[in-house]
Write a protein that binds this ligand. Structure first.
Ligand code: COA
Length: 201
């Protein structure tokens, strides 16, 4: 499975075809496409509690901050170079006792959903964060009705941890937050391995 990107009337088009795609670390050059994908879901979805799509410079700054903390920031790209999705890990919360818990974020190009891109990105995040000695990955999912994200996380080994009902107000309605979590490595079986500072406060 793959996709090729063309531009028609200035709009970004994706044609899914027989090409291949892969997951790699993001680069500065990916920021424009990441901004576009994220902006779409901010405007048209409830997964993110942001109300206004951030600018490319805001996304660039956020990305650098995530990388500076040592976290992976990944992209899925088709063989012709078009971006199909992105994912990164970050602190779940920054107080020190949370230092073995991370949070994932995954966003896929609308035209490329349901083709395994989200799962591949999430699996790679799990792998990288396990290697970094994190013991729990948390998904903070906007909207109880976000079946694609809830099912994606369940398929990747996450279990339901709770729902914060009507904690957000977006697009004219109350929105829940769904919390899911997945142990990494041996999870809570045994103490964690203290490692060097990872940018934690
Ligand atoms: C959630 C999202 C990242 C899923 O990405 P994706 O590439 O479509 O997911 P995948 O194709 O890898 O699907 C993996 C599994 O998730 C589940 N899934 C994904 N989309 C689904 C859908 N629309 N309906 C039911 N199950 C779905 C399935 O179990 C699927 O496995 P299967 O296809 O073998 O049955 C994508 O829909 C998206 O970007 N949504 C908007 C933003 C968002 O909600 N991000 C998550 C923030 S926490």
């Amino acid at each position: 499975m793959g996709a090729s990107l063309t531009r028609e009337n200035g709009a970004r088009m994706v044609t899914l075809g027989e090409g291949t795609w892969s997951v790699r670390d993001s680069s500065d050059a990916d920021v424009a496409d990441i901004t576009q994908i994220y902006g779409h879901w901010v405007e048209h979805g409830l997964a993110s509690f942001e109300l206004v799509p951030p600018s490319p410079s805001a996304i660039a700054q956020r990305r650098l901050s995530i990388l500076a903390d040592g976290f992976p920031y990944l992209v899925a790209v088709e063989s012709a170079g078009g971006l199909l999705g992105f994912a990164y890990a970050s602190w779940y919360r920054t107080r020190p006792a949370y230092r073995f818990a991370c949070e994932d974020s995954v966003y896929v190009l609308p035209m490329a959903v349901r083709r395994g891109v989200g799962r591949r990105l999430l699996d790679e995040l799990v792998c990288r964060c396990t290697a970094m000695e994190f013991r729990l990955m948390v998904a903070v999912i906007g909207d109880s009705g976000n079946a694609p994200s809830i099912k994606l996380h369940r398929s990747a080994g996450f279990e339901m941890a709770g729902v914060l009902p009507s904690i957000g107000w977006k697009h004219g309605r109350w929105v829940d937050t769904v919390l899911m979590a997945r142990p990494l490595g041996v999870g809570n079986h045994g103490p964690p391995v203290e490692r060097g500072r990872l940018g934690q406060n």
